[in-house]
Design a protein around this ligand. Structure first.
Ligand SMILES: NC(=O)c1ccc[n+]([C@@H]2O[C@H](COP(=O)([O-])OP(=O)(O)OC[C@H]3O[C@@H](n4cnc5c(N)ncnc54)[C@H](O)[C@@H]3O)[C@@H](O)[C@H]2O)c1
Length: 372
């Protein structure tokens, strides 16, 4: 199969969908790989490394899309890319279609086979191609929180770990899933005092077993959230109800409980955010202040640490790229249920129930195997 890797064109996106080692593995398996020049530059991966691994470098995305049968990307196709897609081409990337009717309709009209990272689920219902980005965002949320608590960034002027004789920061993490657990772990390493809140008792028991002593694992209800807000220097929003808008745990009136200069990092902003006053921001303008509380609501946090994120993403996507390239999409969907679940659109039909229901479009069962 001919596999294509265009350079990402979305604003503030520095990741690339394939490492040089991915090119080498595909070429070893008998495929050919086209890589757009400078595709890896944002992640510190120069063209020469791709060339040495066996890629053919091309100057434009148009050349990649004109030739490749399987396109591997990071972000959903942008307008300039939509114009280049050919019917029957396989596009393997993050789509988040349920959030964008216009994109869904354009992709349906293009006849592309849309294989979405975010719906590739294993037999336990886990989402292995989303997890690494949650790990990155969770760990990064503390790094960003530490930065914005500094006075020149309009924060309270607090050092997360304190120093001998001065108390460390209080951090509240709302949601103890992948983002929340990673945030709490990094914050604990800094020596902060952490309240980690969730509503899933099994998850709370697990977190209680594995978290260090400076993490209090707490059941999340209105009283606990408000009590935490009155103490917190830094709040991390990390809740998720799969497939739904994030639950709102902090109302505008609650901001009055918080100290002036405290910071909210609402990682859940990509699902609408768990704070009433959250609105999406970008890496160029990441923060704003409401009622003296600094808000950071960047929707694609991992993009800023492109090199780490590229490695974390490619480690988990490459095995699937190799499988799809080897089998072709029809056989891959038949033999590998996670691939079937990842296909959102094929030949102008919607094969993901949530996307179909969101937009009132007909749902096609052509990929549902009798066993499921
Ligand atoms: N902004 C970004 O760049 C970025 C990057 C990665 C992930 N995210 C987002 O971060 C969010 C969290 O992702 P995740 O991978 O950790 O999800 P997850 O499913 O692993 O964890 C979510 C947790 O929230 C808990 N929860 C649900 N309702 C709650 C409530 N009312 N109170 C307390 N906890 C509650 C769940 O029990 C679960 O443990 C998602 O919205 C995800 O899309 C954003």
């Amino acid at each position: 199969m001919i596999v294509g890797v265009p350079k990402e064109v979305k604003r503030d996106e520095y990741r690339v969908a394939m490492l040089p080692v991915g090119v080498e593995e595909l070429v070893r398996a008998g495929h050919s790989v086209l890589v757009e020049r400078n595709a890896g530059i944002g992640s510190g991966l120069p063209d020469a490394l791709y060339e040495q691994a066996g890629a053919t470098l091309v100057d434009t995305a148009a050349e990649v899309f004109a030739t490749a049968e399987l396109i591997v990307k990071v972000k959903e196709p942008q307008p300039a890319e939509l114009a280049l897609i050919r019917p029957g081409q396989i596009l393997f990337t993050y789509f988040h279609l349920a959030a964008d009717r216009g994109l869904t309709e354009k992709l349906l009209a293009s006849g592309v086979t849309a294989v979405a990272y975010e719906t590739l689920s294993d037999d336990q219902g886990r989402l292995p191609l989303l997890t690494p980005m949650s790990e990155v965002a969770g760990r990064m949320s503390i790094q960003e929180g530490a930065k914005y608590l500094e006075r020149p960034q309009m924060g309270r002027g607090i050092l997360l770990g304190g120093v001998p004789g001065v108390a460390p920061a209080n951090i509240t993490v709302l949601g103890g899933g992948v983002v929340g657990a990673n945030a709490a772990k990094v914050a604990a390493g800094f020596g902060a005092n952490i309240g980690l809140l969730d509503i899933n008792m099994d998850r709370l028991r697990y977190l209680d077993d594995i978290m260090p002593a400076n993490v209090d694992v707490l059941f999340s209800d209105r009283h606990t959230v408000r009590e935490q807000l009155s103490r917190a220097d830094l709040v991390i929003g990390a809740v998720l109800i799969p497939g739904a808008k994030a639950p709102r745990l902090i109302e505008r009136a609650d901001l009055a409980l918080m100290k002036p200069g405290s910071v909210i990092i609402d990682v859940a902003i990509d699902q609408g955010g768990c704070v009433e006053t959250s609105r999406p921001t970008t890496h160029s303008e990441p923060t704003y202040i409401v009622d003296e509380v600094l808000h950071y609501c960047v929707t694609n946090m991992p993009g800023a640490v492109g090199r780490t994120s590229t490695y974390a993403l490619c480690n988990v996507t490459l095995p699937w790229v190799l499988r799809i390239a080897k089998l072709g999409i029809a056989a891959a969907a038949k033999q590998l249920p996670p691939v079937a679940r990842a296909i959102n659109l094929i030949d102008g039909e919607v094969t993901n129930r949530a996307v179909a229901e969101t937009f009132g479009l007909p749902y096609s069962e052509r990929l549902v195997s009798p066993a499921r």
